[in-house]
Design a protein around this ligand. Sequence first.
Ligand code: ADP
Ligand code: MG
Length: 565
Amino acid sequence: SDQVETLEFQAEARQLLQLMVHSIYSNKDIFLRELVSNASDALDKLRLESLVDKDLSVDTSDLHIDIDVNREQRTLTVRDNGIGMSRDEVVRLIGTIAKSGTAELLQKMKETKDAVASQDLIGQFGVGFYSSFMVADKVTLVTRRAGESEATRWESTGEGTYAISPVTDAPQGTTVTLHLKPEDAEDHLFDYTAEWKIKEIVKRYSDFIAWPIRMTVERTDDEGKTNLDVETLNSMKALWARSRDEVKDDEYKEFYRHVSHDWSDPLEIIHMKAEGTFEYEALLFIPSHAPFDLFMREARRGVQLYVKRVFIMDECEALMPEYLRFVKGVVDAQDLSLNVSREILQQDRQIQLMRRRLVKKVLSTVKDMMTANPERYHTFWKEFGRAVKEGLLNDFDNQSAILDISSFASTQDPQQLTTLREYVERMKDGQQHIYYMTGESRSTIENSPHLEAFGAKGFEVLLLTDPIDEMWVDSVGEFDGKRLQSIAKGQVDLDTEEEKKNAEPEREQQKKDFAALLSYLGTALSDNVKEVRLSSRLTTSPACIVGDAQDVTPTLEKMYRAMGQ
Ligand code: ADP
Ligand code: MG
């Protein structure tokens, strides 16, 4: 009709679609998981909206997902009677990608020649709805938002554009129809019109979905008559409400994929139940890799809040501190109002208690990992250490627990990281402080003349290369009663009293011998330095620049400048 408009996909969306059309991901089956996942989210949203908004007149008595196949026309349809989308929402949500880090990801993929690495990248990103184009050469979506009368039809072949038009007689909710690619028709493995195939995919990826996933199947009875039966394909069990030994590992993994939009396996699963005055169940996951947006301002936070099995919100920031923003999962509380807002949650005392327990549990899980599975811990720290260290600055209650699970590069061993505990155990007789130096990289620090005397003495020095390190060392101050001492700041006294006493006559002599030189240098360099003095910290380099104890270090100075301060 003349009401059809043709619109262009946003540039990033177009690029991502290209990847899907050319099916760079080998496991095409997951498109159905993505569509079911979206349908399930839409049903969650509708239930919540109907509970909160009593004026919304919608029938929520039979919320469900339907899967239909048509073998002759080679179509597959996923339908839900959930929240639906307005026209504007279709354009905004389906025509563009709002995820931060998209441009960076696409750039990285372009540069990656290795197909497996490239699949890894796209898997971590999660392509959602667009994965339909791995199996379909045309996708039609018809949707009507709950409470609105006009519906919207969207259609695209995944190339550069999509067509959008108004529809008058659509049911509430969303229907997605895939026109399956003809080239898959002969391949048994990609027969997405076969009952067994649909059942297998739903069972494998979507069994825990809380809404019934139904399919109408043909059954021939004893008398040879063909009947149509409606079957529910999933068991609908809320995973977090079951006990740990009842849940299979694969079920946890699929649930993780559903809540995280990540395609790989989680690194660690935390399943807990709290009883007593404030009851809740939590199923948390530590991913096996950092998301792309971990250090971007608008990064997503991972934990969803449910109240008595009813989905309330994504990204519930009141439940997890920012430094654990990579933790994914679900928390289901028994005694909260369904009407809670984000603002109320921030103030709620029970939520704060809950958050405290969850944080402690995450930290203790990582601590256990250090001994039970060092390799896994190593992955954890490599991926998330930089974020976790932010907690040293702003979670004082847990500062020592965070220090316990932190590890650092050191001069002790170029291959291995060390904990502060291990460092302290190795401290030499007569060594009073924990020495560290900050810098841009291990090699810049290693080339620094500051290190010389420490190497000569056999004192270990921590090599801190993350920008955040500059800040937490100051706020933490000490560990196990030992001061964290920068080797690039102030007077560093490496000698024992005895050594100092023995060296005293020589030092006095040196002071006299070099008095003229020092005073000459002091005058000549007076615009640039405060003082020129003899040092015992060098062994081979003739001179080095030292900051005052209270100075900001060069790296921090750079950071402040970059922040415009
Ligand atoms: P994600 O689910 O990670 O947000 P998707 O690409 O799967 O990304 O979906 C994009 C958005 O489109 C969803 O966030 C949702 O707002 C909207 N959407 C997709 N499918 C549906 C649906 N069946 N009902 C309502 N909204 C939907
Ligand atoms: Mg999705």
